[in-house]
Design a protein around this ligand. Structure first.
Ligand SMILES: C[S@@+](CC[C@H](N)C(=O)[O-])C[C@H]1O[C@@H](n2cnc3c(N)ncnc32)[C@H](O)[C@@H]1O
Length: 284
């Protein structure tokens, strides 16, 4: 194995610009060691002697698979089943019952996981619906899961998880019921996988393939964007959400000072967002 090389500030600036241009993610300038860690295997696999050589090559080539690999390597994919617990409690106890009442005539719900990473988030929603809302079995329920990275989407579609991933956040009874063990790995069952439509969507590009949405999960991705991008995406979310729909953000994210059309709604320990002027809970 070749020795890990340090990345120069000029090369890091190039990488930052490349990542931001294609994903809008702003890399933390203090974390150059992460670039060294993540790019070294890519450089080696592509036959370069160092990260310096890899970046020199990338600079002078049109966008290629190697650029995409470098970009995707620098973007965080951290996720887990039922991440942070409370948003899923809010979904189960408040948001779904309210929307089920409101949509009882049309009998349809559109839910979008906007940055689904390896799929734990949309699968958590699908399992929750299957487990607690059998009433929805004969509704039209569309769960759309998207990410800009084809690599993470391919894994999400497979729905195949290792021991570590399966232990993070997934209740044991859900594991027994909705997964099949394959040696030391776990495969999500088809009945859950089939509930989800996976699409490649870059959030900073068009959302025109999406229907109007009842629920948007836009979690743990805004934190990586700059303020103009956060504002632009929240504006798009506002336009895509039905007037009485709900937006879920990550625990470190907010609409405050970014989009005043949303109001915070607190359900026990969880906060989610909806557009202003909605009837108070209970008056649906
Ligand atoms: C930290 S993960 C969050 C996953 C999940 N939403 C959660 O909360 O656990 C962030 C995801 O956002 C995706 N991402 C980053 N920039 C994106 C963009 N411009 N468009 C779509 N997805 C993006 C990454 O590929 C990654 O899978």
């Amino acid at each position: 194995m070749k020795q890990t090389t340090c990345i120069s500030s000029i090369d890091f600036d190039y990488l930052r610009a490349l990542v931001q241009q294609h994903s809008a993610v702003v890399l933390d300038g203090h974390k150059t060691y992460l670039a060294e860690l993540y790019l070294q295997p890519i450089a080696e696999a592509a036959g370069f002697n160092s990260i310096t050589e890899l970046i020199a090559y990338l600079r002078h080539q049109p966008l290629s698979d190697l650029h995409i690999q470098a970009i995707e390597a620098m973007v965080t994919n951290e996720t887990s089943f039922f991440r942070d617990t409370y948003p899923f409690e809010a979904l189960r106890q408040f948001v779904l019952p309210e929307l089920i009442k409101k949509r009882r005539i049309e009998r349809s719900l559109n839910i979008w996981c906007a940055a689904c990473s390896h799929g734990q988030e949309p699968y958590s929603i699908a399992m929750l619906i299957r487990e607690y809302y059998p009433i929805l079995n004969n509704w039209s329920i569309q769960i759309i899961a998207s990410d800009f990275s084809s690599k993470v989407l391919a894994r999400a579609k497979k729905g195949h998880y290792n021991q570590l991933e399966i232990k993070r956040g997934l209740p044991k009874n859900f594991r027994e019921k909705y997964f099949q063990q394959q040696e030391r790995e776990w495969q999500i069952k088809n009945e859950i996988r089939q509930m989800i439509d996976f699409h490649q969507i870059n959030l900073v590009h068009s959302w025109s393939s999406l229907p109007n949405l009842d629920i948007i999960f836009l979690r743990n991705v805004l934190i990586y964007f700059d303020i103009p991008t956060k504002k632009a995406l929240l504006k798009k979310a506002q336009q895509q959400l039905r007037p009485d729909g709900y937006l879920f953000l990550g625990s470190g994210e907010t609409t405050l000072n970014l989009n005043e059309s949303f109001e915070r709604v607190q359900f026990n320990k969880s906060i989610c967002y909806r557009l202003h002027h909605q009837a108070p809970l209970g008056q649906v």
